[in-house]
Write a protein that binds this ligand. Structure first.
Ligand code: KIV
Ligand code: ZN
Length: 577
C-alpha cells in the first residue's frame, strides 16, 4: 500500500472565482465538432495509419457529419504532409482541413507549403504554457514565451495573406492549459489574438486543452468560465476545448466546459488518443442526443463506425463502451429484464422515450431490440419469457412463467452459460412440448357429444405399443383427463391462436397438480386443430409427471386407464405427434 500520498501529490489549486454561472445552466444546443482522429488519434497508435486507412477513416468522418477535421501535423511527418496534399483535391466542399504546427518558423513554413491549393483550412499552432513545461522543458520565462507566440502568429498571418485563395481560420492552443495559471493563459492568448485581429464575422479559435487531465471536471469548467469572462475580444473568438481523459472524465469535462461557455470541441471517435485518449466524441454526441439535442452527427449505424474504427486504427472498443459496445443495451439481470420488457411494451412510437434501464432507444444507433434481453443464470422468468416470445412467437400465460423460469434457471445453473434464442427454443420444446421419459404418445382421437356429455376416444402409443383409451366429461379436456386419469387433476388451462390465416395454429397450456404440496407439471401443445393442441398439452404434462415416477408406480398408473377397443382410423386434421 502506498502511503504519504499527500507528500507526493498536490491538489490542483482552485480557480479564483467569487461566483460561477455554469452549474445552473443546461445544454440546449450542440457545439461545433472537430475530429482529431487523424492527428492526435493517429499520433497515439503504435502503428500509425497508412494512407489507405487514413482515407477510409476520413471518409467515415465526413459521412458522420464532421466539417472540421484535423488531418495531420505536416511539418513533423512526411506521411502527414502527403496526406494533406491528397486532401487538397479530395475534400468535399464545406469541410475545413485543420493542420497542427509548432510555433517554429520552419514548421510553420512547411505547414503552409502542404496547404497550397487547399480551399478551406484551419492553421492550428500550439505552445506549451504550464509553469512545469516553462521551467523543466523550455527554460523560458513568461515574457519570452509570449514573444514566441506573437512571432509565430505574425508569420502565420503573413503566409496566409500570400495564399488568398484559401479560406483561412487561425487557431491557437496554449498547450497544457489545464495546468497553466489562468492569468498567464489569458495573457498569451490576448497577445496572439491581437496579432490576428479577428472580428465577430471572422473569428479565430482559441483552443484550451486539458492536455493532461489534472483535476476534476468542475475545475476545467471554472477555467473556461474564468477565461471567457476575462478575455477582451470575446465576441471575436470561438472558445474550443480539447479534453484528454487521464482521470477518466474527458466527456464530463467537455460537458461542463460547454456549460461554462465553450462553443467547440475537439476529440476522437471512441476516445482514441495519447495515453488514456482524447475526449470521446461518440459518447459526447450521444449524451447530447439523449437530452433531445440535435447534434448534426449521424451515429445511426454504430456497428459500421465501430468496424471502420477497428479496421483503421487497429484499436478495439470495450463491450461496455457507452452507446457502442456489444453489451451496452443488454440486460442479463432478471429484475432489469422485467422492467425493460414492460417499458418497451408500454412505449408508444412517437412518444417520449421512457424505458427503464435504457437511456436511449438502441435503434437510434442501429442496434435491434432483440439483442437487449439475454439469458444466463442471473436472469429471471421475464428474460426467458421475452426471449421465447422473440424466438418462437410464443406468449406464455403469466401463471406458466415461474415454472418456465425455474426450468431455465436449472439449465443455466448447470451449464453456467448464456442461453441463446435457438437454445431457449430447444429447451422449451424439451420441457413442455415433447418432454422425454414419460413414454406416452398420442396418434389420434375421436370425439362426440351426446346428451350434454363429451365422449373422447384417444389413440395412444405407450412404450411403442398402440393402445386405445376413453373417457367422458363436460368438455374435451375433462373427458380426456378421465381417459388419462392418475394422481393429478387439471388445475389451469388456457388456449389461444398463435398465428393468423387459414393455417393458423392454436397453442394450449395445461398445468396438472399432484397430491403432494407444490407438485405441478405443465405441458404445451401446438396444432392447427385446437382440440389436438389441448390433448397434446395434457399428454405432455402427464409425461412430465410419469417421468418422475418409479417404473412400478408408472405401470400402476397406466394400468388404471379405461381401455377402449380397436384402432381409431380417422384422427383430427393433420398428424398428432
Ligand atoms: O492535447 C493537446 O494539448 C494537444 C494540442 C496540440 C492541442 O493535442
Ligand atoms: Zn491532444
Amino acid at each position: 500500500m502506498l502511503t504519504q500520498t499527500g507528500r507526493k501529490y498536490r491538489p490542483a489549486p482552485p480557480i479564483p472565482m467569487a461566483a460561477r454561472h455554469w452549474p445552473t445552466r443546461i445544454l440546449t444546443s450542440a457545439p461545433r465538432w472537430c475530429s482529431v482522429d487523424l492527428r492526435d488519434g493517429n499520433q497515439a497508435l503504435a502503428t500509425p495509419m497508412n494512407p489507405e486507412r487514413k482515407i477510409r477513416l476520413f471518409q467515415m468522418l465526413i459521412r458522420l457529419g464532421f466539417r472540421e477535421i484535423e488531418a495531420g501535423f505536416p511539418a513533423a511527418s512526411q506521411d502527414d504532409h502527403d496526406f494533406i496534399r491528397h486532401l487538397v483535391d479530395g475534400t468535399p466542399e464545406g469541410v475545413a482541413i485543420q493542420v497542427l504546427t509548432t510555433a517554429r518558423e520552419d514548421h510553420i513554413r512547411r505547414t503552409f507549403l502542404s496547404l497550397q491549393g487547399m480551399p478551406q483550412a484551419i492553421v492550428h499552432f500550439y505552445l506549451s504554457t504550464s509553469p512545469l513545461q516553462r521551467r523543466v522543458v523550455f527554460h523560458v520565462d513568461e515574457k519570452t514565451l509570449i514573444q514566441r507566440a506573437v512571432v509565430a502568429a505574425e508569420q502565420i498571418r503573413t503566409l496566409a495573406e500570400r495564399q488568398p485563395d484559401t479560406r483561412w481560420t487561425f487557431q491557437f492552443s496554449p498547450e497544457s492549459f489545464s495546468a497553466t495559471e489562468p492569468e498567464f493563459a489569458l495573457a498569451i492568448c490576448e497577445a496572439v489574438v491581437a496579432v490576428w485581429e479577428p472580428t465577430p464575422e471572422h473569428k479565430v479559435i482559441l483552443n484550451l486543452p486539458a492536455t493532461v487531465e489534472v483535476a476534476s471536471p468542475n475545475r476545467y469548467a471554472d477555467q473556461m468560465e474564468w477565461f471567457g469572462g476575462h478575455f477582451s475580444q470575446r465576441e471575436a473568438v470561438m472558445l474550443s476545448v480539447h479534453p484528454h481523459n487521464d482521470r477518466g472524465c474527458g466527456v464530463a469535462a467537455a460537458e461542463l466546459a460547454l456549460l461554462a461557455g465553450a462553443e467547440r470541441v475537439e476529440g476522437a471517435l471512441f476516445g482514441n488518443g495519447e495515453r488514456t485518449g482524447n475526449l470521446d466524441l461518440v459518447t459526447l454526441a450521444m449524451n447530447l442526443h439523449s437530452q433531445g439535442i440535435e447534434t448534426g452527427l449521424d451515429f445511426s449505424h454504430m456497428a459500421e463506425v465501430v468496424a471502420c474504427y477497428r479496421a483503421c486504427t487497429g484499436m478495439d472498443i470495450s463491450p461496455r463502451h457507452p452507446y457502442a459496445g456489444d453489451l451496452v443495451f443488454t440486460a442479463f439481470s432478471g429484475s432489469h429484464q422485467d422492467a425493460i420488457r414492460k417499458g418497451l411494451a408500454g412505449w408508444q412510437p412517437g412518444g417520449v422515450w421512457e424505458v427503464p434501464y435504457l437511456p436511449i432507444d438502441p435503434r437510434d444507433v442501429g442496434y435491434e431490440w432483440s439483442g437487449i434481453i439475454r439469458v444466463n443464470s442471473q436472469s429471471g422468468k421475464a428474460g426467458a419469457t421475452h426471449l421465447l416470445e422473440q424466438e418462437r412467437g410464443i406468449r406464455l400465460p403469466t401463471w406458466l412463467e415461474p415454472e418456465w423460469g425455474r426450468a431455465v434457471q436449472q439449465h443455466t445453473d448447470q451449464s453456467g452459460e448464456e442461453l441463446t434464442g435457438p437454445a431457449i427454443a430447444a429447451l422449451f420444446d424439451r420441457t413442455f412440448l415433447h418432454p422425454p421419459g414419460g413414454g406416452v404418445g398420442m396418434t389420434g382421437y375421436q370425439m362426440r357429444r351426446e346428451e350434454g356429455l363429451c365422449h373422447m376416444d384417444l389413440q395412444l402409443v405407450m412404450d411403442g405399443q398402440p393402445r386405445r383409451v376413453r373417457g367422458e366429461g363436460n368438455g374435451p379436456i375433462d373427458a380426456a383427463s378421465h381417459a388419462l386419469s392418475g394422481p393429478w387433476r387439471v388445475d389451469r388451462y388456457e388456449e389461444r391462436a398463435m398465428d393468423s390465416g387459414s393455417h393458423a395454429r392454436a397453442i394450449a397450456f395445461i398445468t396438472l397438480v399432484g397430491d403432494d404440496p407444490g407438485s405441478e407439471w405443465s405441458g404445451v401443445g401446438i396444432h392447427e386443430d385446437i382440440v389436438s393442441a389441448s390433448l397434446q398439452a395434457l399428454v405432455a404434462a402427464i409425461n412430465r409427471h410419469l417421468a418422475t415416477r418409479s417404473q412400478a408406480n408408472r405401470e400402476q398408473i397406466l394400468s388404471g386407464w379405461p381401455i377402449g377397443e380397436g384402432v381409431i382410423q380417422t384422427g383430427p386434421p393433420g398428424d398428432l405427434p
